[in-house]
Design a binder for this molecule. Structure first.
Ligand SMILES: *Cc1c(COP(=O)(O)O)cnc(C)c1O
Length: 355
């Protein structure tokens, strides 16, 4: 039976990305050696990094003066690298979920942290509006897509300070005005690559402004100077990122990714709103196009487990919701197909008809 992958991360990648990466793992560029057994300094590998960086700059239309880095440690390490490198006295954080809260926790080790707003009291079902960002903050940190709760900020906020964004689960799903940010980071395993690499986009002249000394590996300047080759980078995940970037470009770039994201999400939300069994958990205006969270309506609560079993029997993988929200979560990153969403919608309709 055909499987449809709705996992939240690591998650679905385009089939050709997996296949092309697998080929290079067996025989890299016809060299007779595996991608996994060559030096990252081999002359054949440098072009992989160069092309990936060039494609990222092209797709996101990154202005001059920014560096693109491939680092280890996941988005979680960035929670500490960001304040290490950018927090002088005070930083502002918008608390929209568990990831935002974890980022805030690390920042508190380095200086004053102002929580500009939080939706914790409503289990993060919405994005707070009408808050003020202190104009003397070193930066405002936001999480553009809240993977667990299915809320998203899909536009650039207007604030009086430079922004830093965790875009782990929606990067490359829409055009972004990078010039508003001092730093954008994303663990690759949601929308870009196989797990093991983190993409960081950093404004060069925003670096070197803090007084504290920074351990070499945690200093962005180390990686800027060495072109992500200070130490051994995650070679295979970087290669898979290159394949994904080529795929995105061939599909029509970020405007097309945005259009498809809208189509997929609107189809699924329309069914959630129509179907008597289900309801969405996020406030409508803040609904994520990437992670679509829904639960059983109260009068059908006992059908939760049967629906999960039924969905599985229809080939739907990874539809179970995160434990802190419950219910269901269908992740629809760039690689998700309209066909996959149609199959899930049909599964929801068939289940409704049986009850
Ligand atoms: C998954 C995720 C993270 C954590 O990423 P790791 O690479 O596992 O550290 C952080 N932020 C967001 C928004 C995520 O979705």
């Amino acid at each position: 039976m055909k499987k449809y992958n709705f996992n939240a991360g690591p998650s679905m990648l385009p089939r050709e990305v997996i296949e092309n990466t697998a080929k290079q793992i067996l025989d890299f560029n016809g060299s007779g050696l595996s991608l996994a057994e060559i030096s990252h300094r081999a002359k054949d590998f440098q072009p992989v990094v160069d092309e990936a960086v060039a494609l990222i700059k092209e797709l996101l239309e990154i202005p001059e003066g920014y560096s693109v880095l491939f680092l280890g440690g996941g988005a979680s390490l960035e929670f500490c690298m960001v304040p290490y490198n950018f927090l002088k006295k005070k930083a502002a954080y918008l608390n929209t979920g568990v990831w935002a809260k974890k980022a805030m926790k690390e920042a508190k080790l380095f200086g004053e942290v102002v929580e500009v707003a939080s939706s914790a009291e409503a289990n993060y079902t919405y994005i707070p509006k009408d808050w003020e960002c202190p104009a003397d903050a070193d930066y405002l940190h936001i999480t553009t897509n809240n993977t667990i709760y299915g809320t998203e900020i899909r536009h650039e906020l207007q604030v009086p300070v430079r922004m830093i964004a965790d875009m782990s689960s929606d990067i490359f799903s829409r055009p972004v005005d990078v010039s508003k940010y001092d730093c954008i980071y994303a663990g690759a395993q949601k929308n870009l690559a196989m797990a093991g690499v983190t993409l960081v986009i950093v404004k060069d002249d925003a670096l070197g402004k803090v007084d504290r000394s920074i351990p070499t590996m945690l200093d962005y300047r180390t990686h800027v100077e060495k072109g992500s080759m200070f130490n051994t980078p995650p070679v295979v995940p970087i290669y898979s990122a290159l394949e994904t970037l080529r795929w995105i470009k061939a599909q029509g770039g970020l405007k097309m990714m945005d259009k498809l994201a809208h189509e997929r999400a609107e189809m699924l939300y329309a069914e959630i709103d129509r179907n008597k069994l289900f309801r969405g958990t996020a406030k409508e205006e803040d609904r994520s196009l990437m992670n679509i969270c829904f639960v059983m309506n109260d009068e059908y609560k006992e059908l939760e487990k049967p629906f999960l079993d039924y969905a599985l029997s229809c080939g739907m993988v990874g539809v179970k919701g995160h434990r802190s929200v419950g219910g269901f979560r269908a992740s629809c990153y760039n690689a998700q197909t309209i066909e996959g969403v149609e199959a899930l919608v049909k599964c929801m309709q068939d289940f409704e008809a049986q009850h």
